[in-house]
Ligand binder design. Structure first.
Ligand code: MN
Length: 206
């Protein structure tokens, strides 16, 4: 998805809509993936349709070099391209098939956080203190350290500095139907759904 370019397509959900029950309900998945994620894809395509000089830019470049655009186009690309990138990673980062952290990522988590429980606690603190809508991320600085980052709205993370490993969507639309205002309970549920295999691949791919 990161290296793809206009016209962007909505990636299918990598599991059944009800596969993450009871942690995340099927209705939330339908609304979140089929309507909200799709809207960001459609809106990003509309922005690029009107700005053909950027149609061969990859999603990564559109977000990483966003400061190069004029303000109006840059904001539209950041909001909608960020919505595409963030949702792609969010849905792709969960699995109904529980798996464990392994390999180099496991080593790095133990080194930087002491334990996976502590990593989850640190990400949870970021997720719960993200004021309003946004995301909490586990990212890697490319050479030495894992970092926890918060981003507001659909802003992409600082891609030129850090490499995304994991993220949790803390917009209310991600959890309100089932958890109402209880973002902490949703976070705990999300933690039990992390696809560590994919997180490990992202870590070693960078
Ligand atoms: Mn969302």
């Amino acid at each position: 998805m990161l290296s793809s370019h206009y016209p962007f397509k909505l990636p299918p959900l990598p599991y059944a809509y009800d596969a993450l029950e009871p942690h995340i309900d099927a209705e939330t998945m339908h609304i979140h993936h089929d309507i909200m994620f799709k809207k960001y894809v459609d809106n990003l395509n509309a922005v690029l349709r009107a700005n053909p000089i950027y149609q061969d830019w990859s999603l990564y470049d559109l977000l990483a070099y966003n400061d190069d655009f004029n303000e109006e186009v840059g904001t539209a690309i950041r909001n909608n391209g960020g919505g595409v990138f963030n949702h792609y990673l969010y849905f792709d980062g969960m699995t109904p098939e529980k798996n464990e952290p392994t390999g180099q990522l496991k080593t790095a988590v133990i080194r930087d956080f002491g334990s996976f429980d502590n990593l989850c606690a640190c990400m949870k603190a970021a997720a719960l203190t993200q004021f309003g809508s946004g995301y909490a991320w586990l990212m890697f600085d490319g050479t030495s350290k894992l970092r926890i980052v918060k981003t507001p709205n659909q802003d992409p993370p600082p891609l030129l500095i850090l490499q995304p490993i994991l993220l949790v969507d803390v917009w209310e639309h991600a959890y309100f139907l089932k958890y109402k205002q209880e973002r902490d309970k949703y976070f705990d549920a999300w933690c039990s759904l992390i696809d560590w295999n994919k997180a490990s691949k992202r870590f070693t791919a960078g």
